[in-house]
Ligand binder design. Structure first.
Ligand SMILES: Cc1cc2nc3c(=O)[nH]c(=O)nc-3n(C[C@H](O)[C@H](O)[C@H](O)COP(=O)(O)O)c2cc1C
Length: 190
């Protein structure tokens, strides 16, 4: 692959919300590529901390109920928004698959390094999704701290995000902006 092609995938990767997903299925082959990409993230001392729980089928309904329940439990009655509640259910309904992004901390390196490794795995998945025409985005709702109520997690495992995924029928990539890299770099020559 040419460097420009790689840069193009990096630059066209977007957070694509479930409202933009079609109802086409993500195939087993595509899911395999996404997970394989995750598995090749760099990891200090090869602790390989990434853990991924793939939710599909009826699991999506159960996840939707869990997320709604979390929203109700953690929102004071006067702050409750029916629109937000409907939005939570709609995101699960429109996703073909959802991956719970988890980190299993080994204690062999500082925790942040393993979180950083899992973040690199997420970027790998996100780039693979871009290459496959699959919309995806990383969400970090408060419910991630209670994920043990949805599914089993090891004692030293934490959920650090929810990765929503769905096919996008056409290229609906939205524009995005970044401040120029020149303002974020410093060259040290001596
Ligand atoms: C660690 C992390 C957590 C994020 N959590 C959320 C979130 O909870 N909700 C959300 O809408 N976007 C979330 N995002 C996505 C960002 O909003 C998004 O990456 C940013 O707006 C830039 O857009 P782009 O991904 O299309 O370049 C998260 C991104 C990262 C890296």
């Amino acid at each position: 692959m040419k460097a420009e092609e790689l840069l193009n995938i990096i630059k066209t990767r977007r957070s694509v919300m479930p409202a933009q997903y079609s109802n086409a299925e993500i195939s087993e082959t595509e899911l395999g590529l996404i997970l394989e990409a995750a598995n090749w993230a760099p990891t200090h001392k090869r602790t390989e901390p990434g853990r991924f729980k793939i939710i599909s089928g009826k699991g999506l309904n159960r996840f939707s109920e869990f997320m709604l329940d979390q929203y109700k439990k953690n929102t004071p009655a006067d702050k409750f928004s029916q629109r937000k509640s409907d939005g939570i259910a709609e995101k699960c309904r429109r996703s073909d698959k959802i991956i719970l992004i988890c980190a299993k901390y080994s204690g062999m390196v500082p925790e942040w390094e393993e979180t950083a490794s899992v973040a690199a795995a997420v970027q790998n998945m996100w780039l693979m999704c871009t290459a496959l025409g699959i919309g995806s985005y990383w969400s970090t709702p408060g419910a991630i701290h209670n994920m043990k109520e949805f599914t089993e997690l090891d004692e030293n495992e934490k959920c650090i995000g929810v990765f929503y995924m769905g096919k996008i029928s056409e290229d609906k990539a939205t524009e995005s902006q970044r401040e120029p890299i020149s303002g974020k770099t410093k060259y040290i020559h001596d």
